[in-house]
Design a binder for this molecule. Structure first.
Ligand SMILES: [Zn+2]
Length: 227
């Protein structure tokens, strides 16, 4: 009576494992990704910009503390605001590739993935004069085909994160401040200065929370680094 249960159970476990590999930021099953920096270092990363409603204020805050960060830009937003993308680069931050239209890439064929990445590389190069070396997939979702495509296009690899702060949630600033208290040396932190859905998204809460934490992290001896 149990003979049919075992294979089903195994199939279920297999599907669960594949889902974990595709959707969990820590998974290395579909190839290695960058998730940490050195102990004592902290890397802030901002996705889904450039966003004229928030990015300039964030850049001013980072400049006030003389720290660098990494910005994973959406190609179509770069095309809309090339000057802002250029300013991010001029201020010494790292710019990464976050596709041009922000689709989930899990089920996309390699040619479509390559098209998304290349179009974003081209937009960023037109705006800033440089081509990113790090790629971050939209939503952090990866299929087994992704790493090969990224390397084929000459990028260094896929950069994920070790801490996500859920700063897209509509919740009080204090909750985000509290969550950021878990950040420690070695972390790559996922934050957002934009929204993939639209330009002009309100991410001031994220900047507010960093205004609280940046001086504390620096006083605590953490060195803020770019990827
Ligand atoms: Zn994104």
């Amino acid at each position: 009576m149990t003979s049919w249960r075992t294979p089903l159970g195994l199939a279920g476990a297999g599907a669960g494992l594949l889902a974990w590999a595709a959707y969990h930021p820590a998974s290395q099953l579909f190839g290695p990704t960058r998730r940490r920096v050195e102990p004592g270092e902290l890397a802030l990363t901002f996705d889904d910009g450039p966003n004229p409603a928030v990015t300039p204020r964030l850049l001013d805050l980072l400049a006030r503390y003389n720290v660098g960060a990494s910005f994973f830009l959406v190609g179509r937003f770069v095309d809309a605001h090339p000057d802002l993308a250029a300013e991010i680069a001029q201020r010494g931050h790292t710019i990464g590739n976050h596709t041009t239209t922000h689709p989930s890439l899990v089920w996309q064929p390699p040619a479509r993935i390559a098209g998304e990445i290349t179009a974003c590389q081209d937009s960023i190069e037109r705006a800033t004069g440089g081509r990113p070396v790090w790629f971050r997939p939209p939503f952090g979702y990866r299929g087994p085909q992704l790493n090969g495509v990224v390397r084929q296009l000459g990028l260094s690899g896929v950069a994920m994160w070790s801490k996500t702060e859920y700063d897209w949630r509509d919740e009080p600033r204090e909750r985000l401040v509290r969550r950021l208290g878990h950040v420690a040396g070695g972390d790559i932190v996922l934050l957002h200065d934009g929204s993939y859905r639209e330009q002009g998204a309100d991410r001031h809460r994220t900047v507010d929370a960093l205004e609280h934490w940046l001086p504390r992290w620096i006083d605590g001896g953490l060195r803020l680094v770019t990827l």
